[in-house]
Design a protein around this ligand. Structure first.
Ligand code: NAD
Ligand code: ZN
Ligand code: ZN
Length: 364
């Protein structure tokens, strides 16, 4: 018998989300019904809602950063059982695609998603954001999208591991492979950028330069491990300022966590010789980069795009949860606000005004 849930749905690009009841199909053989306990509001949800990434795919059931409790499992599910607490992930390696067969599960091109669908009360299919959908009381996912966590840990910080935190920490550890004693610059100190800062600190970076246009964000970045801050609206030349802070050399690793051409160009040219630049921000179609290619060549090094911090959720989520438990990874301070589902539009407004690192929707 299909189940009814309630969620935040983006029906029209740019319009506020609406709150509706919807139905979950019976779980397919490998599907799992998860009662959501907490869901972070990631900038990518804002991009989906506004149509920044395109206007196809509406209506969306938003949310892709969630934690909850397993309420029902399909007939062949073995990884989780009813009552397990789980973090959800949006890249659940299939094990069979052209990348997985070469052991590159972190770039799986055919992530598992639920076989069952979610539908509005008229029967129209809802497109679950990044194959999950977590701004809702219940969701339907594939069992490989679930990673168990210790139920004594609070759901709000665990939910954040599902996207922003894993993306940022993984970008430092896996995409850039930051080493002890390295120098780092992070452009954009939101939930993702501050997670890059924490990942760089865990990896042993000794110079961590936070760059943002908002002094409040820069103050928060210091709490997560930034050793220096640069407000790009308050200096003439961001690249020159970063070089000044690094004995004229530039940084070993730069991270773009905004998603605009201006900061990508700054990130490219604030590197020392042979440094890595990691693009994390999602620009959406449109922005172009016009750079001096000889200057790019002369610096050497690399430009890498980091999807989901190159993570393998089954391997990495438990590590991040354990680091949280040990006090190595601060997730509580990323939770700026706890809100109800009906306050989702306010969360987007607060994000646009720069008031939050993460609003987290909490369910009873
Ligand atoms: N690659 C991935 O797998 C992945 C995963 C999650 C999120 N993202 C993307 O990462 C980006 C950041 O996400 P978030 O949730 O942290 O967003 P956020 O809105 O919380 O943070 C963005 C930060 O950028 C700052 N900023 C804006 N313009 C700037 C400028 N010109 N210079 C410096 N800083 C500037 C803002 O003040 C803010 O602090 C988004 O583009 C999001 O879509 C990518
Ligand atoms: Zn695969
Ligand atoms: Zn996200």
């Amino acid at each position: 018998m299909s189940r009814t849930a309630r969620g935040a749905i983006a029906r029209v690009p740019g319009e506020p989300v609406v709150f509706e009841d919807f139905t979950l199909d019976d779980p397919g053989e490998n599907d799992v019904v998860v009662k959501i306990l907490a869901s972070g509001v990631c900038h990518t949800d804002l991009g989906l809602k506004t149509g920044t990434y395109g206007t196809d795919g509406f209506p969306f059931l938003l949310g892709h950063e969630g934690a909850g409790v397993v309420e029902e499992v399909g007939s062949r599910v073995t990884r989780v059982a009813v009552g397990d607490h789980v973090m959800l992930n949006w890249r659940a390696p299939c094990g069979e695609c052209r990348f997985c067969v070469k052991g590159k599960h972190n770039v799986c091109a055919n992530s598992h998603n639920a076989e069952g669908k979610m539908r509005d009360m008229d029967g129209g299919q809802l497109n679950a954001a990044l194959g999950i959908g977590t701004f809702c009381s219940h969701t339907l996912v594939h069992e490989v999208q679930c990673v168990k966590y210790d139920p004594s840990l609070p759901a709000e910080p665990m939910s954040l591991i599902g996207c922003g935190v894993m993306t940022g920490v993984g970008a430092a550890l896996y995409s850039a492979e930051v080493q002890t004693g390295d120098s780092v610059a992070v452009f954009g100190c939101g939930g993702v950028g501050d997670s890059v800062i924490q990942g760089a600190k865990i990896a042993g970076a000794t110079t961590i330069i936070a760059v943002d246009i908002d002094n409040k964000k820069l103050e928060w970045a210091k709490d997560f491990g930034a050793t220096h801050t640069v407000n790009s609206n308050e200096v003439d030349d961001v690249v020159a300022e970063i070089k000044r802070l690094t004995d004229g050399h530039g940084v070993n690793h730069s991270f773009e966590a905004v998603g605009i051409a201006e900061t990508l160009e700054q990130a490219l040219f604030c590197r020392d010789l042979a440094g890595n630049c990691v693009l994390i921000g999602v620009p959406g179609p449109g922005p172009r980069l016009d750079i001096d290619i000889q200057q790019f060549f002369d610096l050497g090094g690399s430009l890498t795009v980091s999807w989901y911090g190159n993570c393998i959720p089954a391997r990495d989520f438990p590590t991040l949860a354990a680091w949280y438990k040990q006090g190595t990874l601060d997730l509580d301070r990323i939770v700026s606000r706890k809100i109800s589902l009906e306050e989702t539009n306010d969360a987007f407004d607060a994000m646009k005004r720069g008031e939050t690192l993460r609003s987290v929707i909490v369910f009873d």
